[in-house]
Design a binder for this molecule. Sequence first.
Ligand code: ADP
Ligand code: MG
Length: 384
Amino acid sequence: MAISIYDIAEQALKAASTVRDVRGRMLAPEARKQSPVFNMVQLAGLCGAEKTAIAYRLTRNELPSGVVNDTGRRREFTLAEAREWVRVFRAKMAKPKGAKAMTIAVCNFKGGVSKTTTTMTLAQGLSLRGHRVLVIDMDPQGSLTTLFGILPDTEVREEDTFVPLANGDEDSLDYAIRSTYWDGIDLVPASPTLFTCEFGLPARQMKDPEFQFWNVLNGGLGAAREAYDVILIDTPPALSYGTVNAFMAADGLIVPTPPNALDFASSAQFWTLFSDLALNLTQTTGVDKTFEFIHVLLARVDHNDAAASVVRQWISATYAEKVLPVEIPKTTVTSNSSAEFGTVYDVSRYDGSASTYRRAREAYDRVTELVEQSIQAYWAKTAQ
Ligand code: ADP
Ligand code: MG
């Protein structure tokens, strides 16, 4: 029997309802996402100090003292408390007065290359280094929003997203910023209604030749650039109007690229499409856009895949110094924890082997460290 459009519509309803059920159960209101807690050793690690230095500082009673747990032996600090400590110990690494938040877009037109995971882990990693991070979800699928334990379909209204700014109903994106379960990270969520921008932005351009469809997000971030240290933008796997806005708002780009042949080929397409678009904008409108950096991030590297080393060579031959000197391994830590909508930084206790966890954690920490260096170079440039 032939399958009609009505059958497909019915199928769509069923699939959507299953997804809602599953997510609803995982992220039930009573099961809201929790941020991790830290013991003394972990706190010392975050502060880049010896445990004895932390213990000494505790005796001076100037910083949050955490709580001693039931057994009376372990002192634990909440994320907010730990970040207070970090901001004191890493004061030199903080955004200097007068400097602007660096805006970084994570992009690649291919889906599944770990854009969203990279955005989330980078936000968490930077916040654990004391920075105040704003993340903006520009993907109508709202995967990043979901990682924060928020359901894009039911818990995000159109007016909570980029849409009012895109429509010209708001001048600043501030209305859409909300705090999250993670101290130090605020979020502008996404929902499927972001798709409307794909019609709304070109329609505004048709009506008003002076309008700059590519500059809307950039224009809405003025206050956020003062209030935050870093702004991270997660983009959809498409060259959409939303993605163009993310590019034009960004001071730096991170392009996660797994070392396999198909992903390499599609990242080549990414650069072609991106440069065609940028050249077109430059030639027709005189837009003059520069980036402080483009980092190609080797992501989801499968060390058992013999072909990976060949493709890795293509990648370094092609992108040369743009390739970050670190690899994110393909790891069960990430895939297991994302089944619960989390990342390596959300995992307090990993059931698998300690070395698997450590390897993944060290890779993400290293990416954070490298990106923090790029950010500091930018701050130094923008500080008065
Ligand atoms: P994108 O945003 O580019 O579509 P995601 O970040 O959503 O990619 O990642 C796609 C899938 O790959 C997700 O299921 C995610 O949990 C998984 N993933 C991401 N990074 C890794 C990794 N290092 N190892 C294993 N799985 C990963
Ligand atoms: Mg994504």
